[in-house]
Write a protein that binds this ligand. Sequence first.
Ligand SMILES: Cc1cc2nc3c(=O)[nH]c(=O)nc-3n(C[C@H](O)[C@H](O)[C@H](O)COP(=O)(O)O)c2cc1C
Length: 184
Amino acid sequence: MNLLIIVAHPKTESFSFAMTQKILSQAEERGDTVNVIDLYRDENQLPFFVFDDANDVPIRKETKYFQEKISKADQLIFVFPYWWGGMPSILKNFIEWNFSKGFAFKYVNSKPKGLLVGKSVKVYTTTGAPSIIYKITGANRRIRKTFQQQIVNFCGMKLTSFNIYGGMDKSSTNTEFILNKVTL
Ligand SMILES: Cc1cc2nc3c(=O)[nH]c(=O)nc-3n(C[C@H](O)[C@H](O)[C@H](O)COP(=O)(O)O)c2cc1C
């Protein structure tokens, strides 16, 4: 399987990168081909999403580069910290630029049709708040649903797992404990 890991964290010494490393070694052990896009450090940095016509966003060299990687992948794996109730803005910006009309979806008789059919998606994220809080308030379900319905399904892909690990700001023992649960 050809995997594309997209990681969004400003620091490589972060739990997001520890998860990325674990996923990467499990994938390599399994014999998968793995590509990693490190959004903060990739040389193909995209500015904030702008357009004259949202229905005809010009192809940039950076979007071409990222879209080629997306096209080749059987599975996309997103790894990011949960910030302000959602994903970091650098990842949202990546999606706004790259999951564009004509590449990730199109309209047929005014109905959206996903074009990334056949690809599966996995998500790994962590919250500072303990899981129990976000389970009770429904915040965990909200981010999963938004990701699944508005991004993954909209583009014709399939969400095969969505992992939210809570209480990441607590202690290093908790970090090890959570890391042990991370599996591809
Ligand atoms: C800008 C910012 C916003 C955050 N927003 C939330 C939040 O909405 N809910 C929450 O539980 N934790 C929040 N946190 C805590 C992070 O989720 C936590 O630090 C992170 O999951 C730890 O993993 P990391 O080592 O990969 O950063 C926020 C942290 C930052 C820096």
